[in-house]
Design a protein around this ligand. Sequence first.
Ligand code: SAM
Ligand code: DTB
Ligand code: SF4
Length: 332
Amino acid sequence: MTVRTDWSRDEVAALFVLPFGELMWRAQAVHREWHAPGEVQLCTLLSIKTGGCPEDCGYCSQSAHAETGLKAEKLMDVDAVLASAAEAKAAGSQRFCMGAAWRNPKDRDMDAIVRMVEGVRGMGMETCMTLGMLSGDQARRLADAGLDYYNHNIDTSPENYGNVITTRTFQDRLDTLEQVRAAGINVCCGGIVGMGETRADRVGFVHALATLPRHPESVPVNALVPVKGTVLGDMLADTPLARIDDIEFVRTVAAARITMPKSMVRLSAGRESMSEAVQALCFMAGANSIFTGDKLLTTGNRGDSADAALFEKLGLAPLAGEEPARVCEAAE
Ligand code: SAM
Ligand code: DTB
Ligand code: SF4
């Protein structure tokens, strides 16, 4: 089977309406062709610069436009970041993802950022950063420091983007993704399901990712974590029926797996309030990466002991060795 970047919207929409058993069967077939079944990548997040963000993303606890009571903090010290990475490594994590609540990094922050990347890499972990928009120069500096992945989400369909965020455009996102690619850094790009979007938006979201010139190496699929004081968190509190249907969430994961066969599909935010059965369905639908630990950036996560118990129950194991996506690439 080949990797296609010419999916039509109709083709993606047709996946979403397959009988559920058929969709899961197809997702499993693709998954087993490209990845070791039962192996899940473990990633850990750290917020290296929390709160006070000028952007107005309607889901985000860290936006200065939201009233979440979150205290804005300065960029963390390099040593404190490295201590946290060492803890994550000791807990078995394979990738350390550092996130900053910035529209874009300032050039004066770049020296510290570079030392963080070099330090975490020196420990033998994969590095990922998510710092907002990047200039070409900044992307090249990160690449020179040895950054493995840059996370920059498109979040939703192009049509729905303006309903969620008004301080930047969908095209701004694509521009940064291009700079990241041009610098030779692997791309981590996905979005959020459950923001009150329509099925057509979920189709458009998967379609936009699957028709990028090259598929992101990692595709995080987040379920909205409703945070009080954010536009979308409050919307969900007022209209609980707007919460994403579990099966529809699994269908989105399966559509991502089928259309982007080589990518690591990460079952990202939202697992804390997801039943084990739904998570199991997501793994069957082709998700093969999670965030570990008891904290994401500002909100809670399931924690390592709950995840260890789930892995035991499902017969899952941490990803061994190099990521299959890269192994396949080398074998091409
Ligand atoms: N400021 C940077 C940016 O937006 O590019 C990086 C950090 S931002 C918090 C990273 C991603 O986390 C967002 O693009 C969004 O997809 C996800 N995210 C943020 N808040 C979330 C929430 N409440 N629920 C689910 N996902 C969320
Ligand atoms: C992604 O897609 N999900 C992660 C990571 N990329 C940076 C962030 C999830 C954040 C969830 C809300 C919070 O903890 O603030
Ligand atoms: Fe800022 Fe990123 Fe949150 Fe948007 S998602 S408000 S850019 S931290």
